[in-house]
Design a binder for this molecule. Sequence first.
Ligand code: CTP
Ligand code: MG
Length: 173
Amino acid sequence: MLSTVWIMLPAYLPNPVAALFGGGTPVDFGLTMRDGRRILGDGKTWRGLCIGVFAGLLIGFVEIFCSNAFNLAPMPLQTIASVTALAVGALLGDMAKSFFKRRLGKERGENWFLADQYDLVAGSLLLLLLVSPAWFFANITIPVFIVILVLTPLLHRLANIIGFSLGVKDVPW
Ligand code: CTP
Ligand code: MG
């Protein structure tokens, strides 16, 4: 459980950080598709993307530093590749979700059960598998994967309730 959090921390951090610090120019530059709807929508901004990825990389590099400086034997060894894939993949997954959300005609911030919860898991693990297959199979074991599937929606819910009460999210999901 703790080692799963250790693995996923660089993937979990980008979304809440993007929600806290996002804003400004949207990633799709306001463009719409032929269905008349935005490519991604105003909820995906360059600032959120950059600061979010930066935060994921930062926590990942702190983990790498801690593993080298202290004896954290039970914790999985993050690498530059694993940390980068997890942080970038999480927000790529988030943007892919928004793309399909808009194609389905769902407004920004509208609830989309399961997709909202697992977008970052799909994005980060898929990119990890592409970038570092050996690391993926050594560390994302079946039990770890099951913990990810159980823990992620709970953390997602918790983060959104906190974000809602802080006033950075318009809706508590
Ligand atoms: N955010 C951002 N840039 C990103 C991702 C998120 O600026 N790349 C910010 C936006 O302010 C967004 C908030 O984080 O409103 C919450 O993110 P999310 O719930 O993923 O977006 P939604 O507004 O719900 O949009 P969507 O319906 O497309 O999921
Ligand atoms: Mg949302």
